[in-house]
Design a protein around this ligand. Structure first.
Ligand SMILES: O=C(O)C(=O)C[C@]1(C(=O)O)C=C[C@@H](O)C=C1
Length: 117
C-alpha cells in the first residue's frame, strides 16, 4: 500500500438527485445519508482545523482570520450557488466556531494534563 493510501481516507457518498425523490420516506432517507456524510466531514474538518490552531503562531479564537474565512465562503459559494454567500457565511461561521471551541477545550485538557496516558 502506498503512503498516500495509508495517510488518506476516501469518503464515497451516493447522493440522489432531488428530482428522483417521490415520497417523504425516500426524501428523509436521502437526507439521512447526506447528514451521515456531513457529520463525518464535519468531524474530520474540526480535527484538521485543530491542527491549524496548534501550528499557527496565535491559534484559537484569538487568531481568527476573517480574510481566510471570506475565501472559504467564496469558494463554497461557487459550488453551492443556491445557498449563496450570505447563508454559507452563517453556516461556516457556526462550523468554524465549533471547531475553535473543540480546539480550545483540547488545548486546555492538554495543559491540565488530562488525556496523558
Ligand atoms: O485557516 C486558519 O487560519 C484557521 O485557523 C482555520 C479556520 C477554519 O476553521 O477554517 C479557523 C479560524 C480562522 O478564522 C480561519 C479558518
Amino acid at each position: 500500500m502506498s503512503d498516500q493510501t495509508l495517510q488518506h481516507e476516501e469518503l464515497r457518498v451516493t447522493i440522489p438527485r432531488a428530482e428522483a425523490l417521490a415520497t417523504v420516506e425516500e426524501a428523509r432517507a436521502a437526507i439521512d445519508g447526506i447528514d451521515a456524510a456531513l457529520a463525518a466531514l464535519l468531524e474530520r474538518r474540526a480535527a484538521v482545523a485543530g491542527v491549524v490552531q496548534r501550528l499557527k503562531p496565535v491559534g484559537g479564537f484569538a487568531g481568527r482570520c476573517p480574510d481566510r474565512e471570506r475565501q472559504i465562503v467564496a469558494a463554497m459559494a461557487e459550488r453551492a450557488p443556491t445557498l449563496g454567500p450570505e447563508r454559507l457565511a452563517r453556516i461556516m461561521n457556526a462550523v468554524i466556531e465549533a471547531g475553535l471551541e473543540v480546539a480550545e477545550l483540547q488545548r486546555r485538557n492538554v495543559q491540565d494534563g488530562h488525556g496523558r496516558g
